[in-house]
Design a protein around this ligand. Structure first.
Ligand SMILES: Nc1ncnc2c1ncn2[C@@H]1O[C@H](COP(=O)(O)OP(=O)(O)OP(=O)(O)O)[C@@H](O)[C@H]1O
Ligand SMILES: [Mg+2]
Length: 244
């Protein structure tokens, strides 16, 4: 079953075409890498799918429903969730409350803060953050913030989870742990995942399919080995350093 379909998606910022006529489908249960040089449009694509930006062209279909004009909160309720490249936690709140408010934001109609807090504990535990539950987000290490971002995203009970660089700023051991936890939640929660990462070495091991963007366009879509051997992909990456 197709979970997500984007059709000729375009987004302009002034003279820049950040996303240029991009089309693809994602089947339920797939784990798909999204790569491309800096500024190629990856985050903008995630912002379009999650509803933070309105596209200038064409449409987005989720579970056979046109969601192009739905606001982000409605899309979150349908099961579209994402993490932010720069963690967007509330710094003055504890780890626990950050997750609790994510739960209330998407599923809160019939839930008290205390109930959301109890449920938040469950998500903190999955990411080994229980011991940090009373720590203010501003006092967390970058590794813990990345995990907290994932906990918040998972706590909304998504069908589609979009991860925007979960490993930036982490050392190799921390990055390996993040990969392991993503693979685990994928299994346990039956997720479909779009995963942006600059650390290709790691991404290539974990995903079955890779989308490659360059200057707003989708230039390749296929299995990792096949895609990374395409001349246009190699060309796009010349001069673009891998970070780990
Ligand atoms: N809100 C915005 N206003 C103006 N220009 C923007 C905005 N967001 C993105 N852009 C531009 O759109 C292009 C694509 O940016 P985007 O952040 O999507 O790239 P990216 O592939 O995520 O890059 P990175 O790997 O550095 O995260 C860039 O030229 C960027 O400067
Ligand atoms: Mg980005």
């Amino acid at each position: 079953m197709t979970l997500l379909e984007v059709v000729e998606l375009t987004k302009r910022f002034g003279g820049i075409i950040a996303v240029n006529n991009v089309s693809f489908k994602i089947e339920k249960g797939e784990i798909v890498g999204l790569i491309g040089p800096n500024g190629s449009g990856k985050t903008t694509l995630v912002n379009l799918i999650s509803g933070y930006y309105k596209p200038d062209g064409r449409r987005i279909i989720f579970e056979e429903r046109d969601i192009t004009n739905l606001p982000p909160e409605k899309r979150a309720k349908l099961g579209i969730s994402r993490t932010f490249q720069n963690p967007r936690v509330v710094e003055s709140m504890t780890a626990l409350l950050n997750v609790a408010y994510a739960i209330l934001g998407t599923r809160g109609e019939k839930m008290s803060l205390a109930e959301a807090g109890a449920e938040a504990m469950y998500y903190l535990e999955i990411f080994d953050l229980l011991k940090k539950r009373d720590t203010l987000a501003k006092d967390l290490a970058i590794y813990e913030l990345r995990l907290l971002e994932l906990a918040r995203a998972l706590a909304t009970e998504p069908k589609l989870l979009m991860i925007d660089e979960a490993m930036a700023g982490l050392n190799p051991a921390e990055a390996d742990n993040v990969v392991r936890v993503i693979e685990r939640i994928r299994e346990e929660f039956d997720l479909t995942i779009i995963w942006i990462e600059h650390v290709l070495r790691v991404l290539m091991r974990s995903v079955e399919r890779v989308l490659v963007m360059d200057e707003g366009r989708l230039i390749a879509d296929g299995p990792p080995e096949e895609v990374t051997n395409k001349p246009e992909v190699i060309e796009a990456y010349i001069g673009a350093e891998e970070e780990v």
